[in-house]
Design a protein around this ligand. Structure first.
Ligand SMILES: Nc1nc2c(ncn2[C@@H]2O[C@H](COP(=O)(O)OP(=O)(O)O)[C@@H](O)[C@H]2O)c(=O)[nH]1
Ligand SMILES: [Mg+2]
Length: 357
């Protein structure tokens, strides 16, 4: 799973990226050069800590999310659309972290004049929407040509439905509605899957504020959109401290949980992902699946042999396992269930897959 960090120049993308990765990539670089940095992050999860206490495994593996700091969007690519390589990178993302500047810092002038998070938010949103609109117009043109030629072996009804879908997209985008606000049926999803439409990707908006500012109220009336306020610079400074010093720092400021931990979890939720666990003396491991995944599908994320040779899954919820203290105890209390391949995996299920090859 990959999340692209986007936003206007000097909004704090690299600062946030450094905070997430404990990195030290130079910040404050102006100019709209296209540049991408990526890093893989462990998803913080207190459940893993508890399971580790119980099983004392040799190895612990967290769920992962990849973040990409993507510089190059300037909020004015609307007429021609976003340039090739940049568009290509953006299209490959599963979702966006959209950093919006709210911090005041006299040494960082704002290219559009004063600091105005609402203005910047809509500048970037418009950019994504217009870029999609250009793509949709082109597609409709090709469909029209196909119709005039009398089709090229494609079912006429399919071409018709595709045209209707893209006309619907054009109407939405013309009304400045991002496509992530809409839901699509299975056939439409399939028709759209090869188009990396940017406004269709789920978005987590990060209001990058100064630490002394009160949280800023930003309303986003669209589905698949969440907002979080983060003082990115402060978070970067904390992340760059050695772990023990960071702890003291957080205690002194009365911060229970760094906002970054919440942030990483929010971005995981935004993508509709859940974790299930495998646990034993060898390893405690968090695995990532989409909400609605089946037991057999989940087995496949561990190993393709487990999916092919799937017999049953032994399932216990994280809460039951932890409160009873182990698999044997869970079995005694009837909390260890046997489930078939169609079972829908729940967030926090601890699975043992039975399979043969
Ligand atoms: N005071 C303050 N300065 C910040 C904050 N976030 C970023 N900056 C500064 O703003 C400048 C641009 O940040 P950077 O992360 O490079 O922005 P990017 O162009 O979006 O990658 C740098 O000089 C940062 O130190 C913040 O939360 N507070
Ligand atoms: Mg940068």
């Amino acid at each position: 799973m990959q999340l692209g960090i986007i936003g206007l120049p000097q909004s704090g993308k690299t600062t946030l990226f450094n905070a997430l990765t404990r990195g030290d990539i130079p910040t404050g670089i102006s100019g709209g050069k296209v540049e991408v940095h990526t890093a893989v992050i462990d998803v913080p999860d207190k459940r893993i800590d508890r399971l580790t206490e119980i099983f004392q495994p040799k190895k612990v593996v967290h769920a992962k999310v990849t973040y990409a700091d993507i510089a190059g969007l300037e909020g004015k690519s609307s007429e021609k659309g976003i340039s090739g390589p940049l568009l290509n990178t953006l299209s490959q993302m599963d979702g966006f972290i959209h950093v919006v500047r709210a911090f005041t810092n006299p040494s960082v002038p704002h290219s559009a004049g004063g600091v105005d998070p609402h203005r910047d938010l809509s500048t970037m949103e418009t950019d994504l929407i217009l870029n999609d609109l250009i793509l949709v117009e082109r597609k409709l043109q090709r469909l029209e040509e196909e119709r005039q030629r009398g089709g090229i072996g494609r079912d006429k009804a399919v071409v018709q439905r595709e045209t209707e879908l893209f006309e619907k997209l054009r109407a939405l985008l013309s009304d400045e509605i991002p496509l992530r606000n809409e839901s699509f049926n299975e056939e439409e999803e399939k028709m759209l899957s090869s188009y990396g439409l940017l406004s269709r990707k789920p978005q987590l908006i990060v209001i990058n504020q100064s630490e002394e500012q009160n949280p800023i109220d930003v309303e986003m009336p669209f589905a698949n959109t969440q907002v979080i306020c983060i003082p990115a610079k402060l978070e970067m400074d904390i992340a760059q401290l050695p772990a023990n010093e960071a702890k003291i720092f957080l205690q002194e400021y009365g911060i229970e949980e760094p906002s970054l931990d919440r942030f990483v979890r929010l971005s995981y939720d935004l993508l509709g992902l859940i974790s299930f666990f495998t646990a034993g003396e060898k390893e405690v491991h968090a695995w990532t699946v989409s909400q609605g995944a089946t037991a057999q599908g989940a087995a496949g994320t561990i190993h393709s042999d487990m999916e092919k040779g799937f017999i049953r899954a032994e399932v216990v919820s994280y809460e039951d396992l932890v409160s009873l203290g182990g698999f044997a105890e869970a079995r005694q209390h009837g909390k260890l269930r046997l489930e078939g391949k169609k079972y829908i995996v729940q967030n926090g299920d601890v699975l043992t897959i039975r399979f043969n090859i």
